[in-house]
Design a protein. Structure first.
Lengths: 255, 378
């Protein structure tokens, strides 16, 4: 199986600072491999272990994204493709177009794995867009993937149910975090990752004549969350009823 | 790292970041249960060694990464923050590898080092005896030469990893003086006392190691007969840098908890972090920790350059171990009654308390430092 995994060098949301006006300070913020992308890489490696083949990591990012690429290579991926562009300066459509162009150039792939959404912006738009741009079926929110011959049986984790679908290869799949437990690369693997091949592509070559898209998101504000701190006093039978009524009034529980 | 290694900091940072992520997820959350004994450290320790914790500063030909010693020392500080007992066990294990890499024959290195560095074999350093600690020259354990090998008799006390380890680096007297041997477990004549109850570092096993006509082959002699005391000193100089790093790590977790608590706990209508006397503590804790880190880093860099770092290593250990007691004491004070009654706060002080004693007491190390200084005048 030839598998591509799309990863993102995302802003580390745990280190994100917000200024006094509530604006997240994205520029210069520490970055890391988007949390759920590790699950996508892990799943690709598991599929490779079961079916042989190759795992190629693809990302759109600045030079800082090389560390994310190296981490995916250290986990066991075979090679990497970096499309040198700043994903923060473009909308999801342009990111998807660049990824799709890079995937077409190096393809065909039997499966293209993504995570359900990046841990910084979490729009979840890139995987379905990739399916559309590549003309491939897209299966989202996979919690289990079984490949047999030329098709894949995928369990999809939805809010209230689990869908089981079967789709022909090649296809695009986005995974949820419960699909697996990502491995830690050993220190030796980290040291050796730098020796694995990493190809750099430039947007102008992949999509000649296409101008960088404007960001769709006009701005973001941090929202302070405050708790209501409601305390019910009295015998448990009474307070339990009050609690249930209050939760129902908030719409948390059905009336 | 960038300040000290402008050309390689990215590579070293990647190694440390990955190791840190492992420690944060796999060790930090279980650390309280390792302290109480609810969780045994053997499995997470093995997983940590499998990650490559002890491969960092050893040559690639023996399965190491060939990185500078200070990268290992920094990893130790991180481990001290995440899980002090595991750190103590790993530090001793690594010290044995250090001794073998410096003094063992090529055959011994090939036979043992890759397995120790990968964590397939756990190692233990056995020098201290019931009646001799820092005064190792008075050791009573003997290694009697006999046909094809040696017979070891005596006992060693307060041995970290004792009873758990697969391999013991043993110091015993021959006719030529203190000598160094490898004893593999199990071996006939090798037995262990009970796991000693301790004030802190409760997750690591500490026991007596007993030798009764414990016969080992001749090829298990490390280096030359009669040079064991020199080897032990060299191993301990290096281990003192590591212990200094471990104590910065312990201080750091106590400090971080205190910092967070000071911004949460309110008194007289404001958080206690608003009070000058609490701020003074925070400032002193941070300053002393950073000073200790620079001391262990400085000693590491001298070691890397091949210079004599024995005094600097001792300075780092004396300062860092005493510093961590002060910082952990301040942490208890900042937490008030909760600090005194909660394991999660006072265990850091209990853990730190060992290390002004182990691997060279503060008193003995001050003697060494002063001796070096006075010798400069002669």
């Amino acid at each position: 199986m030839k598998i591509a995994v799309c990863v993102k060098n995302a802003v580390d949301e745990t280190e994100l600072k917000v200024d006094s006006g509530g604006n997240p300070q994205l520029r210069g913020a520490p970055t890391k491999m988007s949390t759920f992308d590790k699950n996508a890489v892990e799943e690709a490696l598991r599929l490779k272990a079961a079916h042989q083949g190759e795992v190629v990591v693809v990302t759109v990012g600045t030079s800082e994204a090389k560390k994310t690429m190296k981490e995916a290579l250290a986990m066991g991926s075979d090679r990497g493709i970096l499309v040198s562009a700043d994903p923060m300066a473009m909308d999801n459509r342009r990111t998807s177009e660049l990824l799709a162009a890079a995937l077409k150039k190096g393809g065909p792939y039997d499966m293209i794995l993504c995570s359900e959404g990046s841990s910084d912006m979490y729009s979840g738009l890139v995987p379905p867009m990739l399916g559309e741009l590549l003309g491939l079926p897209y299966v989202g929110y996979a919690k289990k993937i079984d490949v047999s011959g030329k098709s894949a049986k995928v369990e999809r984790a939805l809010e209230d149910s689990i869908d089981v679908v079967e789709a022909p290869l090649p296809l695009v799949v986005s995974v949820v975090s419960e699909i697996n437990e990502p491995r830690y690369p050993t220190l030796i693997q980290i040291m050796q990752a730098g020796k694995k091949p990493m190809e750099e592509l430039i947007p102008e070559t992949l999509l000649p004549g296409v101008a960088p898209a404007m960001p769709l998101v006009g701005g973001m504000k941090a929202q302070a969350m405050t708790r209501k701190r409601v305390v019910f006093e009295g015998p448990p039978a009474e307070t339990a009823k009050k609690l249930v009524d209050a939760l129902a009034a908030e719409g948390v529980l059905p009336r | 790292m960038e300040t000290f290694y402008p050309d390689h900091h990215q590579e070293y940072s990647e190694v440390l970041t990955s190791l840190g992520a492992f420690m944060e997820k796999e060790l930090l959350p279980i650390s309280p249960k390792i302290d109480t004994g609810e969780v045994k450290m053997a499995k997470p320790r093995r997983a940590l060694l499998k990650q490559g914790m002890c491969q960092i500063a050893f040559p690639e030909e023996y399965g190491g990464l060939g990185l500078p010693f200070s990268v290992y020392a920094t990893a130790v500080e991180m481990l001290g923050t995440a899980e002090a007992s595991t750190c103590l066990s790993v530090e001793i294990h690594n010290a044995v590898a250090e001794g073998l890499s410096r003094f063992a024959t090529d055959a011994q290195k090939r036979a043992y080092l890759p397995k120790i560095l990968s964590g397939d074999k756990l190692a233990s350093f056995t020098l201290t005896e019931p009646a001799s600690g820092s005064d190792a020259g008075t050791m009573a354990t003997t290694a009697q030469k006999e046909a094809g090998g040696y017979s070891i008799n005596g006992s060693k006390m307060f041995i970290t990893n004792g009873g758990e380890a697969d391999l013991y680096l043993v110091f015993a007297k021959t006719k030529k003086g203190p000598s160094c041997f490898i004893v593999e477990a199990p071996s006939p004549g090798l037995s262990f006392g009970e796991d000693l109850k301790k004030l802190g570092m409760r997750g690591s096993r500490t026991s007596e190691v007993i030798f009764s006509d414990c016969r080992i082959p001749e090829e298990n002699l490390v280096g030359e007969e009669g040079k064991g005391a020199d080897y032990a000193k060299e191993i301990l100089h290096s281990a003192r840098i590591v212990v200094a790093a471990l104590n910065v790590g312990i201080a750091r977790i106590a400090y971080e908890k205190s910092l967070a608590y000071s911004r949460q706990r309110k008194a007289f209508g404001k958080t206690i972090s608003e009070f000058q006397l609490i701020r003074e503590k925070i400032a002193d804790m941070k300053t002393e920790m950073d000073a200790a880190r620079l001391l262990y880093f400085y000693a590491s860099r001298i070691k890397e350059s091949g210079g004599d770092y024995s005094s600097e290593a001792s300075q780092a250990k004396v300062f860092s171990t005493e510093m961590s007691l002060r910082v952990c004491d301040s942490a208890i004070q900042i937490h008030g009654g909760y600090g005194y009654t909660t394991d999660e706060i006072h265990r850091h002080w209990r853990d730190a308390r060992l290390l002004t004693i182990g691997e060279g007491t503060s008193e003995v190390l001050r003697m060494l430092i002063a001796r070096r200084e006075l010798a400069k005048l002669q």
